[in-house]
Design a protein around this ligand. Sequence first.
Ligand code: BGC
Length: 948
Amino acid sequence: MYTTIDWGKAEWIGSPEITLDAARRGVFGLEAEFAGSGGIVFGADDERLKTVRRNIQNQAGEHYISYRLDVAAKKLIITRVGYAEGDSADVPFAALDVSNIKPTNTLRIEITGNNALTYLNGELADGEYISRFPGAPKMLVGRQLNPLGNNDCITFPRLNKCGLLAGSDYTSFRIFDLRPPSAELYRAEDCAALVGTLTDPSHGGVSLLRRELDISKEIKSASLHASARGIYFGTVNGQELRVGKDKDYFTPGISHFDRHIFFHSYDVAKMLKPGKNTLDFTLGSGWWSDAQGFVLTNYNFWGNNPALLMRLEIEYTDGSRDEVVTSPDGWHVSNEGPIRYASYFHGETYDARLEENITGWKKPVVVGTTEQRPVGFVAHPPLNLTEPEIIEHIGNPVREVDVLTAKFHSKVQDSYIYDMGQNMVGLPRIKLKGRPGQVITLRFAEVLYPNLPEYGYLNGMIMTENLRDADCTDIYICKGDPAGEVIFPHLTFHGYRYLEITGTDEAIPETDIEGIVLSSITEWTGSFECSDPMVNKLHENIRWSQRANFLSIPTDCPQRNERMGWMGDAQVFAGTSVYNADVLEFFERFMISVRDLQHENGKFPNIAPNDNGFGGILWESAGVIVPWELYRQYGKKQVLEDNFEAMRRYADYLLTNSEDGLLKEGVGRLGDWLASDMSTDNELVWNAVFAYNMRILADSAKILGKPDIAEKMNAAYEQIKSAWNKTFIDPSSGKTRNRKGEINDTQCSYAQPLFYGIVEDAARAAKLLNEKTIALDYTLTTGFVGTQCISAALSDNGYAETAYKLLRQTKFPSWLYSITQGATSIWERWNSYTVENGFGGNNNMNSFNHYSLGAVGAWLYSRVLGIMPGEAGGYKDFVLKPCFGGLEFAKGHYDCEYGRISSAWEKTDSGYKWKVEIPEGTSALLLMPGGKQAKVNAGVYEYDFTPC
Ligand code: BGC
C-alpha cells in the first residue's frame, strides 16, 4: 500500500554538534561541582524580561534565578529576581534545609519549563512525589519557578545567561539535555572564569549539509529522493527542490517517526549541469526535536538532532549511471550559517550578516539508526526500536496559499503593532533597510488586550499568554544592505493576526509587510453564500480555521504549545472539512499515524502522532469516524480497506470493555468538551458514540463484503442501542437521564444521540431538544460534541426553523456572537472573548483558531444547500434536499470528482425558486417539501414551488 524505494547505501547524516540557543531553551539541566559554599545562576539577561512591554508581570530591569548551597547554614537558598512583583535579591524565594553536605558537592538542577527539580550529591533536595488528581499515580514534581503557574509559561525561565556564584572552588560546570541520551550542551573549560560573572553558553545554529559533485557526461535523467528526521529545505545549484511548481514547506511532513517517515522525490535533471554541482540542505527541528506539544517533557520527543537521508540517481545519455547518497564521505556540515535557531514553537533567529560567508564546514558524523533515540522514552505503544519504514508522502506538502498585507494598528511604547486583518497561519515576509547588526524582533499574537479594568496597563498590548510555552518570536539581525533586505523565516510557523515589530527606527510601511499563509489545503471544493452576511462570515471563518489547522496533519490549534493531532477535534470537524476541500489524501496520511499508535488491545490514541494524550472514546473514535466520513464523501472503498482492520480492532476493544451493551464505567474521560453548560452526562454521550462506532463497523463490513463481521457488529449495535434507550431515556417523560436514573437533559444529551440515529423515539427526543433550544432563546450550551450534532438533529426531525434561528443568533453563546466581536476564525470557546469579561479568566487555554465549534459547516452544505452523498458513498448517485426557509436565499456548490454540484434557492412571493446543477456521469434525487421529488441526470434544473 505504501510506496517505498531502495535507498542503496544512503545513511542518515547530521551534525556532530548539538547546538544550543540559551535564550530559547526552557528544558535543560545544570550541574556544578564545588568545594564549600557556592552555586549556579541562570535565566539572566533575558530579553523577555527587560522591558515592561514584554513582561506581563510588569517587571523590568535586573533578573536571574540562583541556587546557592550555604554549607555553614546547611541551606539551599533559591533566589528569584525580576520575574514577578515581590521578587528580591535579599529575600530568598525558598530556603531549604539540606543535610548531605560533603567536602565536594555536586549541585544538579533540572528545569522543565516551570518545573525545577534539584539534587544535591545525587539525592533529591527539592521536589516531591504527588498525585495530580485522586487515584492518579504519584509523579515527581518540582518547584514552580514561574510566577503564573502550571501551563502559564510565558514568564518561566529560559536558560539565558548563566554563571557560578562566588565563594567556592569549582571543579566542573556543565549544561545538558534532560532526556536521555542526555547530550552535553556546554562544559566550562575554565570554571574560575565563570565565577561572579555571566556567560552566554549558546553555540551553533541549524545544520547545513553540503555535497559537491562533478558531472562530466550528458544527463538523461536524474531523480533525487530525500527524507529527514526533522524537516529539510534543499537546493541543487541554488535552485529550490520542489515537488511541483510551488514552493514546499516543512518536508517531509509529520509522522510517527518511529514507524513511518515520509520522503519526497524530485526530478532534478534540469537543475544539474556539467562541471561542479552543489547540493545544499538545511535541517530544521520541525516535528522531530525541540519543543513539542503541551507536555514540556516532550522536548526532543523523537530525537535530539535532525538528520538527512538522500539518494540522487543520475542516468547519462551513454547509458551509464551514477549515484550520490548521504554518507560520511563527501558531505560537509556547518552550524555557522545565518539561521542561528529555528523551531515551530519558539520561532527563528536569523543573522543576515552570516549569509555571505558560511564558515565552520566540517565532515559530518553519521547519525546512527538507533543510538540517538532517547532511552527511557515513554510513548504508547512503546517505541518500536526497529527501523521505521520510509514511505512516499501522500498528498501535497504544506504550501503558500495566500499572501496578506498588513495594516498599521498602533505604536505601543517602542514597538509597532500591525494587523494582518485575518487570524492566519504562516510566516511574515518583511522588506526593510537596516544597519549592520541592528536587531529586529517580531512577536505574534491573535488578539490584543482589550480596554477592561482587569488588564490595566496591558490594554492595547499583544496578548501572548495563550501561547503558553511557545515563544513565537522571530529575531532578525540586519546585514545592512543599502539596497534593503528581507525578513523571511521558513523553518517555523506562527498562528497570528497581530504582528509586533521592535527594533526599527520608524514604522515599516504597511505594503512592505506581508503574511504568507501556509496550509496543506491548497484549493476549496465548496462554496456557500446566503442572505445573512454574518452567516457568510461564519462560513469564511470556518474555512480559515480549516486552512490554519490542516497543516501536514489536522491540529487542534496552530499557535500555542499544542498544534497537535487531537483526534476528538478531527472527529467532529471531519464532516465539515470534506466539503470544503478534498481532504482524502490528507486524512489518509494522518490515519497512518493513528494506526501506528493503536495499542495492542485495539485502543486508538487520543492524539496522533506525537504523544498519546487523553480524551477517551469521543477522541479515539476518530479512528473509525474519520475513515467513514471519507468513504461517505468520496465513495472510495480503498479508505475503508486501508483502515478496516484497525477499526475492527477498536470495535473489539470497546466490546471487551462493555457489559450488556453498555461501556464499563470509566472507559471514556472527556465528554462534551468546552460546552457552555458542562452538565451533559458523560456516559450518555460515550455510549451513544459506542453505538455509532458499531453502526459504522457493520456498514463498512457489509461494503467490504465481510458478512460475518457485519452481522456481529450489527448485533452489537442493536444491543447497545437498546441498552442506551433503556438506560438513558426516562420512559415516562422521554427526557434523557444518567445511569443512576436522574434526569440529565441538555441540548447535547438529545442532539448527539439523535444525530447518531440511536434514539428509538426520535420524535419525542427532538421535540424536547426543540423546546429546550427555544427555552434557551436559541443560544448554544453545547461543546465540541453537541455543536457538531445539534443543527442536523433539529432539522432532520422537523425543526429546521429552530435550527436556522440557532444559526442566526447573535446573542452569547452562539456562533455569530464571535462575528459581532470581529472574529476572523473559529474560537476554541464560546467565551474566548466577551465584551463584559474579556478573556473570561481563560487567558492561557484560549485559542482563537480552533475549528471544532465550526463543525456546523457540514450543515450549511448538507442541509441548507442540501448536498448529500448517496447511500453507496460519493456522488455517483446523490441526494439534494435543502432545508428551504430560515433565510431569504442560499447558494453554493460542491466540486465532487465528477464535477460541480450547485444548489441555489431563494424565497419568492409564492414560495421558493430552486436551481440545481448536476455534473456529467452522476444522477441525483431531488427532494422538495411536500413530498415532491425528481430523479435527474446531468444538467441544470429549475423549480418553483409553494411550500405546503
Ligand atoms: C486541545 C483540544 C483537545 C483537548 C482535549 C485541548 O488542549 O486544544 O482541542 O481536544 O485539549 O482535552
